[in-house]
Design a protein. Structure first.
Length: 144
């Protein structure tokens, strides 16, 4: 998680102001929206872990609604975001994820939770921030 956080900060600080509102490569989202989404996604993970530790999954939504709602939320919520506010959100979510990690017991690592239509154990779920960052940062790096 620390390596992903460092890579996020490196990318965020390398983004020139001129490309902040440019379309990310191969995406309908702007660089601003992509970076906001990465930071928000880490908070989503915290909620998923918290729910899994209580024996609950994320309330299911039909997958055909997830992507359009996610895109709408990113577009609306990212509008007033700045690199500073995105970093603040990411850092807060990162600390919350670490707190959830610290609270895990040996037996909870293999607890299973359903997230976005896929059942995962918590060990796999803890790797999702790195995968999520790589997916979205690949659309931004060519512009930096």
């Amino acid at each position: 998680m620390e390596a992903t956080r460092a890579a996020f900060v490196d990318l965020l600080t390398a983004i020139p102001a001129a490309v902040w509102d440019a379309r990310a490569i191969g995406s309908a989202w702007t660089v601003r929206q992509e970076m906001w989404h990465i930071a928000w996604g880490l908070g989503f993970l915290v909620g998923a872990i918290r729910n899994a530790r209580k024996g609950r999954g994320i309330p299911p939504l039909p997958m055909q609604l997830v992507d359009p709602l996610n895109a709408l939320y990113a577009r609306l919520a990212a509008r007033a975001s700045t690199p500073e506010s995105i970093l603040k959100r990411y850092n807060a979510n990162h600390q919350a994820a670490l707190a959830q990690l610290d609270a895990m017991t040996d037996s909870s690592w293999h607890s299973r939770v359903r997230v976005l239509g896929k059942t995962q154990d918590l060990q796999d779920l803890m790797h999702s921030p790195a995968h999520h960052f790589e997916e979205h940062s690949a659309r931004i790096r060519p512009l930096v």
